[in-house]
Design a protein around this ligand. Structure first.
Ligand SMILES: [Mn+2]
Length: 316
């Protein structure tokens, strides 16, 4: 039996600093209906519990906002990813904020504890803050740190209380080594993140590099960095793209990003490697879109193209 895509919808936006990302996956579903796109018609679509009611409660952990709820989000998506992989299917996650990816990585690790997992993080941001370094307390800036199981105490600037640190330890899973992480299009970082990236020699393919060398070369070089990995997970934040060329319908837009075509081609190239075990698309926020539902329409087009490439590659 051939592998098939399972869409896993994680509408949590507990990790975001701006409201509305929880509506992103549904805005994509609506775009599909309006355009007569068949993407979601014949493929399974599982929607997870979101715990977003916690957004209406007082903030108890300012250095890791709603981290008590995030522990449940990680558990929920982690279990679903693990279950999907164990059934032999391919989890294609469409999530609200990028914190979801920390749970996805945990789920991959749960299903394949002995596999060496490589991560390709396509994003304007490095998302490698911790409660000890964060300027905002927003957990969508921290999923890479949880996947690496790190605190970055070398750059500590916040005093973290015991309860926060215990909850933070519950999010950490050490599923990925720093050497097995490659960034693409990261261009908006804080000094604590820069230091971590420099100290650990983390590769970031800049937008300029993607444009000057071409998408195919960058894709091959990225896979080259992860050559020793058994499995690869690709996480795509729509803010990796240039908001002026796409849309401002995302929580933290950053100018000078990828074009939509560059994003599609990167994701399609990565879809052709048999090591790819899961894909995730995040941070569409229709509440912030100044152009109707444009970011969701773009994200839908990207997911549609990539889903077809994946299915073609499995037939070979
Ligand atoms: Mn981002």
């Amino acid at each position: 039996m051939t592998k098939s895509i399972s869409f896993i919808i994680n509408p949590s936006e507990l990790g975001a600093g701006t409201r509305g990302a929880s509506l992103g996956p549904f805005a994509m579903q609506i775009a599909a209906r309006e355009k007569g796109n068949q993407l979601f018609k014949n493929r399974p679509w599982t929607c997870l519990s979101d715990f977003n009611h916690l957004l209406d409660r007082p903030i108890k952990f300012p250095l890791a906002k709603r981290i008590d709820g995030m522990v449940k989000v990680y558990e929920t998506i982690g279990n679903e990813i693990s279950k999907t992989l164990s059934a032999g299917n391919f989890p294609f996650v469409i999530a609200g904020d990028h914190a979801s990816a920390g749970g996805t990585i945990r789920g991959i690790h749960q299903a394949y504890p002995d596999a060496r997992l490589g991560v390709i993080w396509i994003d304007a941001h490095a998302d490698v803050h911790t409660p000890y370094t964060t300027p905002s307390g927003n957990l969508h800036g921290m999923p890479i740190a949880t996947a690496l199981g790190m605190d970055n105490l070398a750059c500590e600037k916040n005093h973290v209380d015991l309860e926060t640190s215990l909850l933070w330890n519950q999010l950490k899973c050490s599923a990925v080594k720093p050497a097995d992480l490659v960034y693409i299009a990261v261009r908006d970082t804080e000094p604590e993140e820069d230091q971590f990236m420099n100290d650990n020699h983390i590769k970031n393919f800049t937008v300029d590099e993607v444009r000057s060398k071409g998408v195919d070369v960058i894709s091959n070089e990225t896979l080259g960095y992860l050559n020793a990995c058994d499995l690869i997970y690709v996480s795509f934040d729509v803010d990796s793209m240039d908001p002026d060329l796409t849309s401002y319908g995302t929580g933290t837009p950053v100018k000078n990003g990828l074009t939509m075509n560059e994003a599609v081609q990167l994701l399609q190239n990565f879809s052709k490697t048999p090591k790819l075990c899961a894909l995730e698309v995040v941070e569409v926020n229709p509440c912030l879109d100044k152009a109707g539902n444009k970011m969701a329409e773009i994200a839908l087009e990207i997911v549609d193209a990539v889903a077809h490439t994946l299915e073609e590659s499995w037939k070979l």
